[in-house]
Design a protein around this ligand. Sequence first.
Ligand code: ZN
Length: 180
Amino acid sequence: MKPKKVLQIVRALDFAAWAHSSQRRKGGAREPYVNHLTEVARLVAQATGGNDEKLIIAALLHDVLEDQSLHVTDEMLLENFGERVAKIVREVTDDKSLPKAERKRLQVLHAPHLSRRARILKIADKAANLNSILQTPPKDWSATRKREYFAWAAEVVAGCRGVNAWIEAVFDERLGLGQF
Ligand code: ZN
């Protein structure tokens, strides 16, 4: 990999760790949020054989716009990481002004219209979330809530399929472990 690409990936990791520094995952282990970002980045890197640094960077930054309390703007992404990365991040960002149920419905609806890269990222994100629920579920989640999350994630991923066999297999394996 070219030195410039390595530098961009490391800058994105540093940016993400800084932006999410006060956040924790909602799972029982309360892992630092950045652990989720590095898992998703690792998954998309493996899925693409390490050949798509823009996608790895977008994976590290994929949640940075959604939480407005982080004060990261689209302009900051554009300026630091360029239009192609900003576009992927935008594609996978929910509109937080909408109620949660509506955001979830829209994710299912929008999935088939995402770019190839955004679909790989979406599947990796959902695979990482399933793993978190399997390994360190939020303490207040009932079996029903876990089942519902798994069913919804499967619906979103159904709209993303046909882009990368490896990441789809990782997702399916985790989905199969969700016997709640
Ligand atoms: Zn995520």
